[in-house]
Design a protein around this ligand. Structure first.
Ligand SMILES: [Zn+2]
Ligand SMILES: [Zn+2]
Length: 263
């Protein structure tokens, strides 16, 4: 059986981009670094930008789309996104010669992959996560979401690997002297970002449903640390009796360095 490799090229408020590759295909979810930086990070994995077959967007925010237009046009890569997300690009004057595809909310085929978008709650025109299926394997990504409900748990369940947001520690956010209250409310709100505790709660359910690999992503540099994000989740799992050293693999994606994971 072929393996799916997941590589988070970088994740956080300064840029998000994830590569999912099989023996036949290479796709990006989001393109939040400059085109030049995206090329540089792909090269660290030994991959040429020319090999990318498609870019799938979660939503229109800049930390997910900064390099999109330049990267897609330079390497002639089709873009896939929900119609509401595409409308935002057309309004901002994205060049017409880039191929834009409306993915709606149903499963669809792309090359040998089945792509399953699912809606999440975030303060953008529309926001979705993705599950990608290939030869009996499943990889999912859910970042930029205010909360996780049973529908999202259902969408993520059965994944071999999940990239999931663990954005902030609630206390660090609450006591951050540099953030106005309105921004704190936005981040912690139902259309904001997922806290470490909410992430840990979701992971305990998903681990019980069989997922073994978790990549914690979209960490706030102001209101979180990698060790805090990881320990919040591992403690929640340990409390339920899970052996996080032997049974599960939990890693933290970084803003600055490429993280790769073969399943
Ligand atoms: Zn966002
Ligand atoms: Zn974001």
């Amino acid at each position: 059986m072929d393996n799916i490799r997941v590589s988070v090229l970088g994740s956080g408020s300064k840029g998000n981009c994830t590569l999912i590759e099989t023996s036949e295909s290479k796709i990006l979810i989001d393109c939040g670094f400059s085109a030049r930086e995206t090329v540089r990070r792909l090269e660290q994995l030994g991959i040429s930008a020319m090999e990318i077959n498609g870019i799938f967007l979660t939503h229109e925010h800049k930390d997910h789309t900064l390099g999109l237009e330049n990267f897609a046009s330079k390497f002639n890569i089709p873009i896939f996104a929900h119609a509401l997300t595409l409308t935002e690009f057309e309004r901002s004057g994205i060049k017409k010669y880039i191929e834009l595809n409306d993915i709606a909310t149903q499963d669809f085929y792309f090359r040998e992959l089945t792509i399953s978008p699912f809606e999440v709650s975030h303060d953008s025109k529309h926001c979705n996560g993705y599950s990608v299926y290939c030869q009996g394997q499943k990889v999912s990504l859910a970042t930029d979401l205010g909360y996780i409900d049973d529908n999202i748990i259902d969408s993520l369940s059965g994944s071999d690997t999940i990239v999931i947001e663990s954005n902030h520690d609630i206390n660090m956010l609450k006591h951050n002297p540099n953030y106005p209250q309105t921004l704190k409310n936005r981040i912690a709100g139902k259309c904001g970002h997922l806290s470490n505790v909410d992430c840990a709660c979701a992971i305990t359910k998903l681990a019980q449903n069989g997922t073994k690999n978790f990549i914690l992503a979209h960490l706030s540099q102001q209101n979180n640390t990698a060790s805090l994000a990881k320990s919040t989740t591992t403690q929640a799992l340990n409390n339920l009796g899970a052996d996080t050293d032997k049974e599960l693999n939990i890693v933290v994606a970084s803003q600055d360095n490429v993280l790769t994971k073969k399943i």
